[in-house]
Every structure is written in structure tokens, then in C-alpha cells.
Design a protein around this ligand. Sequence first.
Ligand code: PLP
Length: 399
Amino acid sequence: MDDLGSALNDNPDMLFMGGGNPSRIPVMEQVFKARMHALADNPEQLFGALGVYKSPQGDTRFLKAMADLLKREQGWALTERNIAVSNGSQSAFFVLFNLFAGAMGDGSHRYIQLPLAPEYLGYADSGLSPNFFHAARPTIELLEGNLFKYHVDFTALQITPETAAICVSRPTNPTGNVISDAELAGLNQLALAHQVPLIIDNAYGTPFPNILFTQATPLWNENTILLLSLSKLGLPGARTGIVVASEQVIKAFSNANAVLNLASGNLGPALVQPMVESGELIQLGQQVVGPHYQRKVTEALAVCRAALAGTPFRVHKPEGAIFLWLWFPDLPITSAELYRRLKARGVLVVSGHYFFPGLGDDWAHCHECLRVNYAQDADTVQRGFQIIGEEVRRAYADV
Ligand code: PLP
């Protein structure tokens, strides 16, 4: 991450396809601008957003509106006691992971199980003790058109007395994979049978922001901890995450949040409050955000295929999120070296080897993949893939 930041400082013209920034979507920017104006013009609302600490769980009106929205949309039995606000979902993961896993009072050590890796890089360093994550290798299905797809390998997935919780991002960063409803049901059953929570990271999914290109039914029950975020709607700067969990988990989370943050920021919740109450937040996901990324991913995939034609590349079937995950089977150099060569040519991507927290084996696949953010403007995507194609061709030709 340091490297991504310094690369931009060193070369401001860098084609930035590395980080997790969402697209600029003019319709969404207009919506947020109008809300900022309305907020600024209403002294009471402005005071509520800027002038007070709310409870460590979040603003009660927002908690209630979010519980009502999810209850209406999904039929889940929720009240405001099942919701908490965090300063971005990233910080909520830190709190939740360390609530459940790590060194226990009885001297034992518990870990977070990732049902398949690759998985979100942001989890990797969040444990306060070593050996914090265990992950299982997925199975790989090869598909038409240079595509492939990972599946949970339930035969490789071990749940033990040391498993503290199961965690999966759906859609997955970095791959764009969306584990199927059947896979999610399997994980839910495993979690219930072993009495460990199932944490579902919904930073990109449904009901919002809806960066989803396949059918996926959301899941929540008392044993599930669902993490939502306003970031990928276009508000990463507002740092607003939403935890949906049992009352007991929400209480524990809020207590820890009080120690770490005193209270979470009010601005994000205040900005979207009327859209949560009316349900517009979900409509914007369905009518604006989702279609925007569907268009962009279709274009990016076409550009990617043209640029890499003639090489043995594969792309994970893009089912959601804002990345293309490229796999170069038997690549003669490591993905870290490919990353360095691309950076030297002015293209910033992320080497795939970072995305296997908890796997701890010598799977060659870990060093054959790249994550490419396709959310930026069309020219950046076109020029970036052109250079990726040249460097990948060179890497295969050099042997
Ligand atoms: N989870 C996933 C899968 C992500 O990709 C991200 C950010 O990119 C996050 C969580 C954290 O998002 P935020 O802290 O902005 O809510």
C-alpha cells in the first residue's frame, strides 16, 4: 500500500489501476451535491452531522432507518439494536476479527477461516496476533472465452475447535467472484453447526451498492455478521460502514468502537438519511451504480482480451466488484516482477500474491495473477491494458 501511494507521488501521470477507488459517476455526484446543500441549509441537521458525538453505536434515527430498509427489502427480522455504524467497514473488520479471534483468555488461540483464497488484502494485517487467518485453496473451473471461476472446495475447508469465525467477501475483492447461493448456504450451515459466526463482507454487493453482474441472494440471520459500506456508492471519503448482527455482537462492537473512536463519523449517515428512509439508496444502486459498472466491465473485458490476445491469459469471470483478476498460467516471472515492470512503464496494478492471506503453502498460482482496477476512465483502461499486454507478451517470450 505504501508503494501504491509513493508511486503516485513519484509519477503523477501513472495509469492508476491499483487501488480500490470507485468510479466518478456524475449522477451520483449530483445526488451527493444536492444533499450537501440541503444539509448545509438546515441548521439542526448540520448540527447533528457536525456538532455532536452520537452514541458509539451510531445515530438512532439512522440505525432505525437502516433496520427498516433491510427489513422491508429483505424481510430480515431486524431492529435498530441489530445495526451499528463504523468509520468505514475496514475498521469494523479490525474490531470484529479481534473480538472473535487471536489469543483467548484460556490460553488457546483462535483464527478466522477464509473459505477460499484469493481474498481481500485489507484483512491480511488486521490480526493482533500471528497465525490469525487460515484459508483454503479453491477449485478452478475453466470457462469459455479465456475466463475461469473459483469455487469453494468444501473438501479442503476445515472447521476446527480453533476456528473463531468464517469470513468471505461477496462479491470478492480481488477476483470479482460471487460465491453462489448454494455455496453461501453451505457456509451458513457449517457456521451454524460449529457455532461460529459467518461474516459476509458486502462492500460491493446487494442491496447496495449493487456492483453485481450475476444473481445473488443476500443472507442474514442471527449467526451472520453482514458488513455494508457507503464507499462504493461513491462516498469512500465519508468513511461509513454498517454492521448488521445479533444484538449481542452489536453491543460488543459498540463497546470496542467507543474505546477506539469514541463515536463514528456522522456525516455519511446524515448525507444518506433521506435516501435510506425512502429506499432511494437501493434504487440508485440498481439504476445508476450497477449499470455504470456493468458497462465499464464489459468494455474493460473487451480491451483486456484484445491486449492479451495470443498469450495464455485467463480472466476471472467478472461477477461483481471493480476489478479484473488476470491469471497467467506458467508465467516465467513472478507477478511481483511483472508488477515492477509495469510500474516502470507507468502502469500501477497490484501483484496477486498479496491476496492469499492464511494460505501459507507454495501454490504457484499465487504468483501468476494480477489485480487490475477497471473503474477509472476509458482512456486509462485502454492505455493501461495496452502496456500490460506488451509486458506479458515479453515475459512469456523471454524464456
Ligand atoms: N471489504 C472489501 C472487499 C473492500 O474491497 C473494501 C475496500 O476496498 C473494504 C471492505 C473496506 O471498505 P470501507 O472501509 O471503505 O468501507
